[in-house]
Design a protein. Structure first.
Lengths: 506, 391
């Protein structure tokens, strides 16, 4: 009186393939569950008992033992309800063992016998597929999401009786139809376009350079000057997600429970805009059962931090590690959870507490107030932000004049081409984009000779540049040269790059 | 004035003890210059004042003053307090010392003694006070630099308040142009306020002086500043107002200067420019207008030429003291056109772009290149990120 069903689970972002083993014994009636289970998994026995009863199945008084192996891995989530219920019936002999041999079963039971959706289906099914399983049974609400995994057939079920019927009567199984992810990605297009942005030419140019060299961007400007508008449109000029990237991003969203029947997969680059009152955990991820935070949800996309100086200091400083390593580690006593966090940081801030500096007829902030406000963005974070542009309120002239600039499509073409140039340049190195080159490699990748060297020396002296802004200017100049398709960095490239260094001092 | 001079003559004994007692009185909060003089007249000397009984003092001092006086007297060791001056290398000039600036006697409440960290302005060289708003605009900054450097180059001493904004700029530029500059503080002469002007504070001690009527370690207090403004007015021959809002500390200084009969020169601003409303108001009321550094210096020197104390200065003035400012040299007509689209008020990049684009076709990156070139050449400055203005 024993059965075993394949299931899958997730802990943090590590997926496991599990076996749900059920044994029935003629002994004092009881329902025991073992296998390093969290409280929501232990609760399964109540859901299973009632769901079976409400599906018209009465359990005989027997000693039921459930083990989820491997027993040393901590199990979380509600996806084990369905395999446990089916396992009990299989142990009774209601389901033939060969029917449940090669199928992975996941699902949460409601007390009425309905099957509810589960978080993390996409990464779990991807992992199961890698283990060589060819078929899976998932909640109907998750079926579309699971169907994007290649090489595995998906059965979506919405009630326990339906699941039981399929397993006892395998002949009329309807597999969820598969849609081709690459063609969906091809068709996907962000709803916002840069041609909607009127005026703001310097910001648009900054956004283009930012996307080309993956330079983190800071937009300063008074409230209502269109900072959010620019940031939102940045995703429309980044190259489309590749299939692998889309699955990677969707997996994070799946773990966070942000995928549903209507959006079973992420096709556009994500845009996350956490509020400045956000807690540290909501930004980096964490919590009792570890979940990805905003920086992981913006993986391969844009993390927009509006009013950056208003964020708490710990939130701002927490960005340092992920910007450098492209992952975030969440340390716990018994495990380290690692979520990917490869995002483009776009920050927005006011120039001063009132927002109008340097318009002294309106700004009455003292120099100290301005300095204090600026200092809220610490040096290490400023170091990582290569581009600073200023957004200004658009006047009626240009609104009426309606001079449409470049649209996102043509800007994206420039971005794609410059990414190709950079891929060639950094082949065989640890870098992908110009922004990543560390100061020690700058002389090697961005050498300056003759005219350009003289220009930088002169600028360094007359503009009182810091070493920091010198390096940033070189990196940005390289990206501008890539946009221009120029082999070498030339004086105009450097001169333009120097315009993006922001406020030196007050 | 005659009264103050007669007071001075009665104050003939200046023993060490006398100075210690005066320093103590000066350092006692609530007891002001007028009260100190009143006490001195009554008791005949500072020492007697210090030793006076509570009963005698109570007829002259209010209850609060008296309790503060007695409290400080019990707490402070006057010899030790006075010796701190010498250790901090700070001069202490009482109104009967010959070094004491005679101009201060023009004030009805002239300080009985002043503390000097460095030197006092040379009385045989003209002095000009340059003052203005703390939150100055770029226009105010640029003009202050231009005027100060021209004035400093003609050997005139510059007096200011070492505050942020115009005052600090005037002090820095004066020293940079190898001129001599003095600051009058509203705190002790060993206290650097605002602390961001530390560099200026240190160089003023060497190439000029820091003057204060407050004893060592006195922190700046709001009501000290109008008081120090009257000393600035008294020490200088004329007052230059670079930028002032309608209600500001600068306007208080102007009032003091006018009371003392000093001439006031004002930099005009545009209508509606909040930073210049005070200035324009002063011009309306009859203040002199500043047209150019050369114009001002000629005017000023002409008005000073009669003064006996400045004869040495005038005889040392060489005719070829050049005050010529070179205009920018442009590399291309495009550069000149872009330069002409700017002014002293910082303008956002996008606004400049629209202005320039209305005249010649240019890309935003092309404009940035030109602006950087102009910045590198030193004609243009960027303020608060991508706002550009004439330097």
């Amino acid at each position: 009186m024993f059965s075993s069903i394949i299931s899958g689970g997730i802990d943090g972002n590590r997926c496991y393939t599990n076996r749900v083993e059920v044994d029935l014994a003629r002994a004092l009636p009881s329902f025991d569950m073992v296998g390093s289970l969290s409280h929501e998994v232990k609760e399964a026995k109540e859901r299973v008992r009632v769901a079976l009863k409400n599906s018209g199945i009465d359990l005989p008084p027997m000693h039921i033992t459930v083990n989820i192996s491997p027993a040393n891995i901590h199990k979380t989530g509600t996806g084990y309800d369905l395999p446990i219920a089916l396992g009990i019936l299989a142990a009774f002999g209601h389901i033939a063992p060969e029917r449940i041999k090669d199928i992975c079963i996941i699902g949460e039971l409601g007390l009425d016998g309905s099957i509810n959706s589960v978080n993390g289906i996409l990464p779990i099914i991807r992992n199961v597929q890698k283990q060589g399983i060819k078929m899976c049974m998932v909640p109907a609400a998750n079926a579309a999401e699971a169907s994007f995994v290649e090489g595995i057939d998906v059965i979506g079920v919405s009630s326990f009786s339906e699941a039981l019927h399929i397993l006892t009567n395998m002949s009329d199984v309807a597999f969820t139809s598969k849609s081709s992810l690459p063609s969906l990605l091809m068709e996907a297009s962000p709803s916002e376009d840069f041609s909607d942005v009127i005026g703001q030419d310097s910001c648009k140019r900054g956004a283009l350079i930012s996307a080309c060299g993956f330079h983190h961007l800071l937009i300063t400007g008074p409230p209502g000057s269109g900072k959010t508008m620019i940031a939102k449109r940045l995703i429309s000029i980044l190259p489309s997600l590749t299939t692998e990237e889309s699955l990677e991003v969707s997996s994070i969203y799946s773990i966070a429970g942000k995928l549903n029947e209507h959006t079973p997969i992420i096709l556009n680059r994500p845009f996350q805009s956490p509020h400045h009152a956000s807690t540290l955990k909501s930004l980096t991820g964490g919590g009792i059962s570890v979940r990805p935070g905003a920086i992981s949800l913006s993986h391969k996309g844009v993390l927009f931090m509006d009013e950056l100086p208003e964020f708490s200091k710990e939130c701002i400083e927490a960005l340092r590690e992920p910007i450098e390593n492209k992952v975030i580690n969440i340390n716990r006593v018994n495990a380290v959870y690692t979520y990917p966090a490869d995002f483009l940081l776009v920050a927005a801030s006011n120039p001063c507490p009132c927002g109008f500096y340097p318009d002294r007829s309106r700004c009455n902030c003292s120099d100290n107030e301005i300095r204090r406000y600026q200092a809220k963005i610490s040096g290490p974070i400023r170091d990582r932000i290569d581009l600073i542009v200023t957004a200004n309120k658009v006047d009626t002239d240009s609104l009426i004049g309606n001079t449409k600039g470049m649209d996102s499509k043509s800007m994206r073409e420039i971005v794609v081409r410059s990414h190709e140039i950079q891929r060639e340049r950094y082949e065989g190195t640890c870098y992908t984009y110009n922004s990543q080159v560390s100061p020690k490699d700058i002389p090697f990748f961005f050498p300056l000779y003759g005219e350009t060297k003289d220009f930088m020396t002169q600028a360094f002296n007359s503009m009182e540049l810091s070493a920091r802004s010198y390096h940033k200017a070189l990196k940005v100049a390289r990206t501008i040269a890539d946009i221009d398709d120029s082999e070498d960095i030339k004086v105009p490239h450097l001169a333009e790059a120097l315009c993006y260094r922001g406020m030196d001092s007050v | 004035m005659s009264e103050s001079l007669s007071l001075k003559s009665t104050n003939n004994s200046s023993s060490l003890k006398e100075r210690q007692c005066l320093y103590f009185l000066q350092g006692t909060e609530l007891i002001g210059n007028v009260t100190i003089r009143k006490l001195h007249n009554y008791f005949g000397s500072y020492e007697n004042t210090y030793l006076a009984s509570e009963k005698e003092l109570s007829s002259l001092l209010s209850a609060k003053m008296l309790s503060r006086f007695l409290n400080d007297k019990a707490r402070k060791d006057i010899e030790y307090e006075y010796s701190r001056l010498a250790r901090s290398d700070i001069h202490y000039y009482t109104d009967c010392d010959s070094e004491y600036p005679h101009r201060l006697f023009e004030l009805h409440d002239y300080p009985p003694a002043i503390l000097v960290n460095g030197e006092l302005p040379n009385p045989s060289i003209p002095s000009i006070a340059i003052i203005g708003a703390r939150n100055c605009s770029n226009y105010g900054r640029a003009m202050t630099e231009e005027y100060t450097s021209a004035i400093a180059k003609s050997g005139i001493q510059i007096i200011s308040g070492m505050a942020m904004g115009i005052d600090g700029i005037a002090g820095r530029v004066a020293l940079r142009s190898n001129g001599r500059s003095f600051a009058v503080l509203g705190c002790g002469p060993d206290v650097c306020y605002p602390s961001t002007n530390r560099d200026l504070f240190d160089s003023l001690r060497i190439n000029g002086g820091i003057i204060s009527e407050y004893t060592l370690g006195t922190p700046g207090a709001g009501w000290h500043f109008p008081m120090r403004n009257r000393i600035i007015s008294a020490l200088s021959d004329v007052l230059l107002v670079m930028e002032a809002k309608e209600k500001s500390g600068t306007m208080i200084t102007v009032d003091f200067a006018l009371e003392l009969g000093r001439e006031v020169y004002v930099l005009p601003g545009r209508n509606h420019d909040v930073m210049s409303t005070g200035c324009n108001q002063l011009i309306k009321q009859g203040a002199h207008i500043l047209l150019s550094p050369e114009d001002f210096i000629t005017d000023f020197l002409t008005s000073m030429v009669e003064k006996a104390e400045y004869q040495d200065y005038f005889s040392s003035l060489s005719d070829e003291s050049t005050l010529h400012k070179d205009g920018p040299i442009f590399n291309s007509p495009e550069e000149q056109l872009i330069y002409n689209c700017l002014d002293y008020t910082p303008q956002p990049l996008d606004q400049i772009y629209r202005k320039v684009n209305a005249q010649i076709p240019i890309t935003i990156s092309g404009l940035m290149v030109t602006l950087t070139n102009l910045s590198v050449a030193g004609y243009v400055t960027s303020i608060g990120g991508s706002n550009y203005a004439w330097k």
